[in-house]
Write a protein that binds this ligand. Structure first.
Ligand code: NAD
Length: 267
């Protein structure tokens, strides 16, 4: 039995992970918390997420639940997630980290903290996207040079970071496959007299509208043909189930930083 604690349990992702945890007989929800001052602090989290009372109250800190859990699942904010990993690392607890938008310095810190604990970090926990990352690597390698690569992502209006962590991961995988430095070839927006497209550019464009859960299209545009690969998510439950699967997988692993490809055995 894996005892999980959910960070940001009142949020869009946290509430779905909390609700779906009930479906897993080898997962026990033993803690749930959100930010300090949250209006629902102290209320039963099961009732809050629509699965009926479960006897676990929404707390306002990881400190208050950490001794009672094996794995903390955090889909929150960058600063909050870093705090969660720091505390989990000092207490020897495993982490599933779904928050997106980390910079290089943050990832460096997380990598350091994961020397003491198993930590699974992924900007997208869906099976489909992780499979696609593998396929994109193959397409890029086979096509090689001569195809223009453009990534277009679309998300809901509330999303805070852009481009999405998934679009960046796709760009990174393709850049690695083609031996390009992403920092040098990424182009995030175009406007005005920009001249001809450079051959090695990897374009990444972000659309924000309404309640789109998450869509990514990668285009390989050649002369006379183009390949487009598209992934669309219609429900956050896809990510939530991935996070719960990761929580079952990560407990008992040796210390280190893992990703969803490890969880799904795609490496
Ligand atoms: P959200 O705003 O609905 O939820 C975030 C929750 O975290 C809120 O309830 C907020 O109050 C809470 N929070 C803030 N500070 C906190 C703290 N210090 N301690 C505990 N809780 C705190 O956002 P969301 O749509 O659920 O997304 C959260 C993150 O997950 C974003 O970075 C998003 O991009 C990412 N995300 C990742 C995946 C994936 O598969 N990895 C999928 C969807 C979203």
């Amino acid at each position: 039995m894996v005892r999980i604690g959910i960070a940001g349990a009142a949020g869009r992702m946290g509430s779905r992970i909390t609700a779906l945890s009930k479906e897993y007989e080898n997962i026990q929800l033993t803690g749930a918390f959100d930010r300090k001052g949250h209006q629902d602090t102290g209320k039963d989290i099961g009732a809050l997420v629509g699965i009926g009372e479960c006897g676990v109250q929404l707390s306002d800190s990881l400190e208050s639940i950490i001794d009672n859990i094996d794995v903390v699942i955090s889909f929150t904010t960058i600063e909050a997630s870093l705090e969660h990993v720091r505390l989990a690392s000092s207490k020897g607890k495993a982490v599933v980290l779904g928050t997106t938008g980390f910079g290089k310095g943050h990832i460096q810190e997380i990598t350091g903290l994961a020397k003491k604990i198993p930590c699974m970090m992924a900007s997208n926990m869906s099976m489909g996207v992780n499979l696609l990352l593998k396929v994109l690597q193959d397409i890029a390698r086979v096509l090689g040079e001569g195809y223009d690569i453009e990534i277009i992502e679309a998300h809901h209006r509330m999303k805070k970071d852009a481009p999405s962590g998934t679009a960046l991961k796709m760009a990174q995988v393709i850049a690695d496959a083609l031996d390009r430095n992403l920092d040098e070839v990424a182009v995030y927006a175009r406007k005005g007299i920009i001249g001809e497209r450079k051959a090695k550019e990897i374009g990444i464009q972000a659309i924000r509208a309404g309640d789109i859960v998450g869509e990514h299209t990668v285009m390989f545009g050649g002369l006379g043909e183009r390949i487009e690969v598209t992934h669309k998510v219609s429900s956050r439950d896809t990510f939530a189930r991935g996070a719960l699967r990761a929580a079952l997988w990560v407990l008992g692993k040796s210390a280190g930083l893992y990703d969803m490809q490890d969880v799904l055995g795609l490496k």
